[in-house]
Design a protein around this ligand. Structure first.
Ligand code: SF4
Ligand code: SF4
Length: 376
């Protein structure tokens, strides 16, 4: 297993982390249970292979994940780093942070957490809940008492909000020590912020490192552009994430013993990508996108659209569909966007703002029409 310095936390983290959100489950009398025997086997194998970072959350696996991980690591608890999260919606009044923390400690059967994340936050929640309720002070107190060792956050927002959260917590005198963000070969939007975090001593963990295993297209192109032999898609995706020098750990939501073995092997490989290969692959992906008939760089100069249409998001779905060949996934993204009340071309006010600002000179309205027709 390869290990990396985990920001300024003083920890050495394994290149592969175990995301405990997809444990095997079964149903009995209308209730879901985690298959503890299988989890024990997978977790023990991961530990044997050198994985030392296990990440769970109160709501994973029908709220059973924390307890299952706690049981599975019992024999080697002090040799691994346990991470869980606090959902901000439980923080309504003073004392709620502490109650949630104690609940997680209890479920995990441990007297301390190594990493405690503010879960899936965005800039607004950071301001209106964490800062407004001074939850960082609660976290610092828990740290002083030895209940948590490091303060962390996981993130779902515009990349620049990462900088804001890191800077503001530092100004408050209680800096974030690690972060967990989405990052893979298909979704590199957080790449710049990974660099910012790493430069500021914040440990970095990527979720979804292989894009859910859906990557299909780039292997041949990679071979063509680099002159190297084509390697398996899954391996390529993994190596790309781990090849980023700003990333400390790739967190994989492993479901089977085979997955544990396969991922551990990749994360132990001494022939990881060189910086040059990593850059080549990134460029290859960009090239692939450029060949697309609709080349949106995701720069967001067309935003904000007064009608609320998330143009780059919709065009990105098209890239998944048309360039990477991930048709079902793209369709699902579109359906979720609509389900969440996302605005569409039918809401367009025809102000022309987007087209005036698009550096690619895309005929945005016409393209939206076309893309949406494809998904409807
Ligand atoms: S023209 Fe339509 S899509 Fe473009 S910015 Fe205006 S409202 Fe939004
Ligand atoms: S301005 Fe053009 S290239 Fe940039 S995100 Fe919008 S549509 Fe894409």
């Amino acid at each position: 297993m390869n290990y990396r310095k985990f920001g300024n936390t003083g920890e050495k983290i394994s290149a592969l982390g175990f995301g405990c959100m997809r444990f095997p489950e079964y149903e009995k009398d209308g209730k879901m249970y985690v298959d503890q025997d299988k989890v024990d086997e997978m977790v023990a194998e991961a530990y044997r292979q050198g994985v030392n970072y296990f990440d769970t959350a109160p709501k994973y696996c029908n709220c059973n994940s924390e307890e299952a991980v706690g049981r599975a690591v019992k024999g080697f608890r002090d040799k691994v780093l346990l991470s869980t999260k606090i959902p901000l919606d439980v923080c309504k009044k003073p004392g709620d942070y502490r109650r949630a923390l104690e609940h997680s400690l209890d479920k995990l059967g441990t007297d301390h957490l190594d990493f405690y994340h503010f879960w899936g936050i965005n800039r607004k929640e950071f301001d209106q809940t964490i800062m407004a309720q001074d939850l960082l002070a609660d976290a610092a107190k828990a740290k002083e008492e030895g209940l948590i060792r490091h303060i962390s956050f996981s993130f779902h927002d515009e990349p620049l909000a990462i900088k804001y959260i890191i800077d503001e917590s530092k100004k408050r005198g209680i800096p974030m020590e690690s972060m967990l963000v989405q990052y893979n070969l298909l979704d590199r939007t957080n790449e710049e912020m990974l660099h910012y975090a790493a430069s500021n001593g914040v440990g970095t963990v990527a979720m979804g490192p292989v894009g859910g295993g859906r990557l299909a297209a780039p292997t041949e192109l990679y071979a063509k552009l680099t002159g190297k032999k084509s390697i398996a898609t899954y391996e390529l995706a993994f190596k790309f994430v781990l090849g980023n020098p700003d990333l400390n750990c790739a967190l994989s939501g492993m479901q089977t013993l085979d997955m544990v073995k396969q991922n551990a092997k990749l994360a132990s490989d001494s022939t990881g990508f060189s910086k040059e290969e990593w850059q080549q692959l990134g460029e290859a992906m960009e090239q692939l996108k450029k060949f697309s008939e609709l080349y949106c760089t995701g720069c967001k100069y067309c935003q904000p659209c007064p009608a609320g249409i998330e143009i780059p998001k919709i065009f990105n779905m098209f890239t998944y569909y048309n360039v990477y060949g991930l048709k079902d996934h793209a369709k699902k993204m579109y359906d979720n966007y609509v389900k969440d009340g996302g605005k569409l071309i039918e809401d367009c006010k025809n102000c022309g703002f987007c087209e005036r600002h698009c550096p690619q000179h895309l005929q945005i309205r016409k393209e939206l029409e076309r893309v949406e027709k494809l998904f409807r």
